[in-house]
Design a protein around this ligand. Structure first.
Ligand code: UDP
Length: 347
């Protein structure tokens, strides 16, 4: 069950799109049967997708903590779960990638177990509450990316930590980069792009920007505030092209304002041999190996980013690729996920 905030391939879903795509690919490779249920317009050349029409959900990060749960008329989320209800007997487990209240609430009403892959940290009180009650009533069914993400919920002890994985054969190791730095992600306030732009301006090195302009007015504001910064907006690229461009960069700056649940872009960079300069926030603290595969910087400190950039020569790009191979291969992720499903099936 895909995210209801955008069709697969649109980029609106952020890292969860890649997580779902990679997990589904690995499960098929292992001989499991599956179908992906996703909003109409979803595209994939290799995965079976059941397209569901309806109105998209509003992303949780665009809402306030105390906001009530919103469901639009002809909700794609409701339509997706109506479909799931009808076909549930054909499956051993339903995997939910929506960060939304409804699928969690529906857990006790389904006969087939639901594994909830929670893709963000705590954002909305009503969602926290339902995550916590499902975690207690249905042990092991709440999966998270990282311990830091789990720690934002009161049920951290009950969460199952999955990390993430990539098809490393798609990401090529690039030993000799150009001078450019990179920033990759949804262009939206919680991602803190302006700090990376400010650091690039201070140090005078080109910053290549990759990602969907999810919040256009936010992007325009950055352009107005930093008219002379050496930035180059490349666009939202498919993975194969993204890794080619990314690999040629000296480092990726990861500058979130929120508690980043994981940071897919961080492990994609490592897979190409690209060091990380990241704020010490959320899942990034569990990914960056300080001084070995990158540097963790005091959150919201542009000067900290600048200082870290000066030390980039100390990082061995081979060590970055090595970390991705050890921890973030699709096989490693597949093993962790199958173990998770087994635990849920034993409930
Ligand atoms: N991404 C992409 N093309 C781009 C820029 C980004 O496919 O040009 C993808 C990237 O591969 C990653 C996702 O966007 O999977 C961003 O995920 P992340 O976990 O870093 O942040 P989120 O958007 O989920 O908060």
């Amino acid at each position: 069950m895909s995210t209801p905030i955008g069709s697969l391939g649109s980029g609106l879903g952020g890292g969860v799109e890649l997580t779902l795509y990679n997990l589904a690919t690995e499960m098929l490779r292992r001989g499991h049967q599956l179908e992906i249920v996703a909003p109409q317009g979803s595209i994939s050349s290799s995965l079976p997708i059941k397209q569901i029409p309806g109105e998209l959900q509003i992303p949780a990060q665009n809402q306030t903590r105390t906001e009530p749960i919103l469901i639009p008329k002809n909700s794609v989320l409701a339509n997706m779960w109506d479909y799931a209800r009808q076909v549930q007997a054909d499956y051993d487990v339903i995997v939910n990638f929506a960060y939304d209240w409804l699928p969690l609430y529906l857990t006790p009403f389904f006969n087939t177990p639901i594994a909830h892959f929670i893709s963000m940290g705590s954002l909305i009180d009503a969602i926290d509450e339902i995550i916590e009650s499902v975690a207690i009533e249905f042990p092991n069914t709440i999966g998270v990316y990282t311990q830091s993400q789990a720690a934002t919920f009161s049920c951290a002890e009950q969460c199952y930590c999955l990390l993430n994985g990539l098809d490393l054969s798609i990401y090529q190791f690039c030993p000799k980069p150009t001078q450019s730095l990179a920033w990759v992600g949804r262009i939206a306030p919680e991602k803190g792009l302006e700090d990376a732009v400010a650091a690039a301006e201070i140090i005078g090195i080109t910053l290549k920007i990759f990602g969907l302009k999810q919040d256009v007015s936010y992007w325009e504001k950055i352009c107005q505030e930093y008219p002379n910064a050496p930035i180059e907006y490349v666009g939202f690229l498919p993975t194969v092209e993204l890794q080619k461009e990314l690999g040629q960069c000296r480092a990726v700056l990861v500058t979130p304002r929120w508690i980043e649940a994981f940071g897919n872009v961080a492990i994609e960079a490592l897979a190409c041999g690209v060091p990380l300069i990241a704020y010490r926030r959320g899942g990034l603290t569990e990914i960056v190996q300080e001084g070995k595969t990158g540097f963790l910087v005091e959150p919201d400190s542009v000067q900290g980013l600048v200082e870290a950039i000066k030390h980039l020569d100390e990082i061995d790009r081979q060590a970055c690729r090595q970390q991705a191979e050890t921890l973030y291969s699709l096989e490693a992720m597949g093993d962790r996920t199958e173990e998770w499903f087994q635990k849920i099936l034993k409930n």
